[in-house]
Design a protein around this ligand. Sequence first.
Ligand SMILES: Cc1cc2nc3c(=O)[nH]c(=O)nc-3n(C[C@H](O)[C@H](O)[C@H](O)COP(=O)(O)OP(=O)(O)OC[C@H]3O[C@@H](n4cnc5c(N)ncnc54)[C@H](O)[C@@H]3O)c2cc1C
Length: 410
Amino acid sequence: MRVIVVGGGIGGLALGAGLRRRGFEASVLECDTDVTATGGYHITLDERAQAALRELVEPAIMRRLLASSSALRLRERDAFWDRRGRLLGHGPDLSESRSVDVDRITLRTLLAEAAGDSLHLGRTVSGAGHDDDGRPQVLFTDRAPVSADLVVGADGTRSVVARHLAGGPTNRPAGIVGFSGRTLLRDLGPAEQQRLRRRSGLAIGPRGTALYIGFLDPIGNAALHAPELRMSVTNGPTYIWGAMFPESAETDSLRALRDHELQTALLGGFRERGWADHTLEVIARADPRSVAGFRFNAASTRAADLAPWPTGRVTALGDAVHATPPTAGMGAGAAIRDAASLLAHLDGTTTITDAVHQFEEGMRHRGAEVLALGMRTVRWILATDTALGAAITTLSIPVLAAATRLRGRR
Ligand SMILES: Cc1cc2nc3c(=O)[nH]c(=O)nc-3n(C[C@H](O)[C@H](O)[C@H](O)COP(=O)(O)OP(=O)(O)OC[C@H]3O[C@@H](n4cnc5c(N)ncnc54)[C@H](O)[C@@H]3O)c2cc1C
């Protein structure tokens, strides 16, 4: 069976690796010319995503991935702060967590290695359809169409394949614009090092602003102690942060900026909304080349709205179907689980259409679950941009901060 996968991001490469491992004839067509030219932030892989990956890649690749990952169980509980840096509460106990954080570049590089010669870089697909014999095919502007037995769109939020299937876009802007950057823990002053500690955290509001600070340390907190296998991009305790603002004409103009200019504009945006200077040190001390903007896109949170097309031999997976804002930290994991599910159905079901039907059913529920989680945080952030939300935030935060202080003294 010949399978064409459009898009060599996380889900497409994972599928390509699995197809190759099980002896299918697979081609993964990716428009990028370099797999390492991808966002510098990190990806969280929970237990389900890791179990799916084990089905898709060889054990040796899995070991290198874990040797390059930071284990959540080894970091302190997450923290919640207000814009003045006051501690409002903690996230759940992570000591039993099996989740890991890995650099996106490392994950994509390892998956590309697993996909091997099925990966074809520099191939931009312009559309999908069927040939005169009714076989699915992909189209290009610079070469002849190619037919296969199955075409899978793993081409992300702006998917041409899912757009062809759905007859229009499968997601829309979620109302938030994000900006990410990397800051070494050692580059912060002693007071902020002491406040942020070796943990991740989130500060929200007012006026729809939020700052997520993720802690990553693939050496000190290695999920698998095997330094000889390590290939993490992050080489010491690092904060990978995400600044969030409601989408507006002002944030649109920020997206045109780069490096230092963007960093300075972000700091101005937070200060204008009353954030204390010390809470912004993590942005001010970031490597300016790491600072970049991205838009949050989201599909519907209703399972029935996802993959709204009749089952056939063209399908899609991952963000192409259930674009998930990063606030869930589960979009990549869901794309990997989609890939493992499609592979299992192709391997075990008699016809391709039956396999695709069963796969799409499972994907709708998987997608709706991660979207509901991601959108909960998005709505919470956006609520602080309303009069009622702002009033509740203003009233409740000092109470929460005082309660946390009291709990800490006990
Ligand atoms: C800042 C941020 C942080 C995140 N953190 C997490 C996290 O912690 N955990 C998590 O699970 N998820 C996270 N996510 C989400 C995660 O990155 C996505 O959900 C995931 O990458 C989706 O995988 P995908 O394969 O569907 O799409 P992508 O990884 O986006 O891959 C799509 C690929 O298709 C290619 N492509 C697009 N169009 C074409 C075309 N026409 N022809 C050929 N190729 C094409 C693109 O170049 C790209 O390589 C985060 C996202 C962001 C933006």
